[in-house]
Design a protein around this ligand. Structure first.
Ligand SMILES: [Zn+2]
Length: 258
C-alpha cells in the first residue's frame, strides 16, 4: 500500500515544507483520506486518478481542498467525485461549505457527462469498499463527529486515528487486527497546551504515550501525524524525549510503501 501525506505549505524557496496545515493522505494514488490540500498539492497523475475522498471529519483543515478539487475537475469529470462521509459530516458540508454562499452546491450540479459530486454515506463500524481498499470506520474522540480507519488492500493493512483525544474502543478494535503494517496517530499540541488539547479534543506527547499504552501491537511501526505547525518543533522535541518510544514523525510528501 502506497501512502503519501500531501504537503500544504512552502518554505522560503517555494519548495514543499514539513509544516502540515492541512491533512490529505493519498492511498495508492487513487483514494484520499481527507482533502485538506488535495487540489493544491496532488500530482497530475493523482489529479487524473483520484475520484474517491474519504473524510475523517469536516473540520476545515481536512476539507479545504475538496471544493477546489471538484471545481478544478468540473468540466472534465466523466464520473462524479465520490465523498465518503457520515450523515453528520455530509450535513455540515452541505450547510456550511457547499451552500451557494461559500461555494456552489456541487451535489446538485452536472457537467455534460453527468453529476460532478456524489455523497456516499458510511456508518461507524460498517466496513465499505473503495476502489481496491476495504475501509473500516471506527469511532474516535474529537470535538465533532469524527472517524478513524482501518484500511486494507490485497497486500497490507494500516490504522489511522484522524483527529482525536483519549479513546478506548478504537484501541480494542485495532488490537484485534492481525498483520497491521503501520499505525498513524495524531499529536496536535505540545505538553504545555494540555488544557487546549483537552478542550479541542486533541493529543499531546504525554497523552499520546497514554494512548499507545493501550496499543498491543508492539512490533507495528507508529507514525505521528497532524502536528499543529505552530508547535511542530516543540512537539517533536517532546516526542524525542520519550524513552524508547520508537515513534517516527510521518514525513510530509514522502511516499511510504507498506
Ligand atoms: Zn479536527
Amino acid at each position: 500500500m502506497k501512502v503519501q501525506l500531501l504537503p500544504s505549505s512552502v518554505d522560503k524557496n517555494g519548495a514543499a515544507s514539513a509544516r502540515q496545515h492541512l491533512t490529505c493522505f493519498v492511498i495508492d494514488d487513487a483514494v484520499t483520506i481527507d482533502a485538506g490540500s488535495l487540489a493544491m498539492a496532488c500530482s497530475d497523475e493523482q489529479f487524473e486518478n483520484i475520484r474517491d475522498i474519504v473524510l475523517t471529519h469536516a473540520h476545515l483543515d481536512h476539507i479545504a481542498g475538496l471544493p477546489l478539487f471538484i471545481d478544478d475537475l468540473f468540466a472534465k469529470l466523466t464520473e462524479p467525485v465520490r465523498v465518503h462521509a457520515t450523515r453528520e459530516m455530509i450535513e455540515v458540508l452541505e450547510r456550511d461549505i457547499f451552500n451557494w454562499s461559500v461555494y456552489p452546491r456541487f451535489s446538485e450540479l452536472s457537467n455534460d457527462n453527468g453529476p460532478v459530486m456524489r455523497y456516499v454515506p458510511y456508518e461507524i463500524g460498517c466496513e465499505f469498499g473503495v476502489r481496491d481498499l476495504i475501509i473500516k470506520p471506527l469511532a474516535v474522540n474529537h470535538l465533532v463527529p469524527a472517524a478513524g480507519f482501518i484500511i486494507s488492500n490485497d497486500s497490507s493493512k494500516i490504522a489511522i486515528t484522524g483527529d482525536t483525544s483519549a479513546m478506548d474502543d478504537f484501541w480494542e478494535v485495532v488490537n484485534r487486527e492481525d498483520d497491521l503494517s503501520a499505525l498513524l496517530v495524531e499529536c496536535a499540541f505540545p505538553n504545555h497546551l494540555c488544557e487546549l488539547a483537552d478542550i479541542s479534543h486533541h493529543l499531546t506527547p504525554l497523552k499520546l504515550a497514554a494512548e499507545l499504552a493501550k496499543f498491543d501491537k508492539h512490533d507495528c511501526p507508529v507514525y505521528v501525524i497532524n502536528l499543529k505547525p505552530a508547535y511542530r518543533e516543540t512537539i517533536i522535541e517532546e516526542i524525542d524525549e520519550m524513552v524508547n518510544n520508537g515513534l517516527e514523525i510521518l514525513k510530509v510528501g514522502k511516499v511510504y510503501e507498506w
